[in-house]
Design a protein around this ligand. Structure first.
Ligand code: RB5
Length: 143
């Protein structure tokens, strides 16, 4: 299951992504926010990240804010999270293949909706390469 969240700056794009997940019968859990009212992205990033790490029904997470940056900085504070802000297909593919990224961060004020859905699909459908050198580098990150 995909776990998804946003602050107010990413709310519209989160809702758009959720429609896309529904259309593709992809199960998801929405941790909020649930309106355009101003809220604090570190709270949502922490909530989603802890659920992702502690509940193995969640495979990958998506966090959306204005830039994607505040969400990624916050999520990466949680042990075991590898959150990447992406605005292009190549980075999105390789951050899963090589970095085993478990959260995709998107900026609603940075990219268009069409590109966002393309990146979501790449993120969900790409698998970690599991080559020794990449496994070792991820161990080094954890250390
Ligand atoms: C909210 O205005 C904005 O700062 C937030 O969505 C995000 O872009 C932070 O990184």
């Amino acid at each position: 299951m995909i776990i998804i969240g946003s602050d107010h700056g990413g709310y519209s794009l989160k809702e758009y992504i959720i429609e896309h997940l529904k259309e593709n019968n992809i199960k998801y859990h929405d941790v909020g926010c649930f309106s355009q009212d101003s809220c604090d992205y570190p709270i949502i990033a922490k909530k989603l990240s802890k659920l992702l790490i502690n509940d193995n029904k969640f495979i990958k997470g998506i966090l959306v804010c204005g830039t994607g940056i505040g969400m990624s900085i916050s999520a990466n504070k949680i042990k075991g999270i590898r959150a990447s802000v992406c605005s292009d297909a190549f980075s999105t593919k390789y951050t899963v293949l090589h970095n085993n990224a478990n959260i995709l961060c998107l900026g609603e004020r940075v990219i268009g909706k069409g590109l966002a859905l393309e990146l979501v699909d790449i993120f969900i459908n790409t698998k970690f390469s599991k080559e020794d050198r990449h496994i070792n580098r991820i161990k080094l990150i954890e250390e």
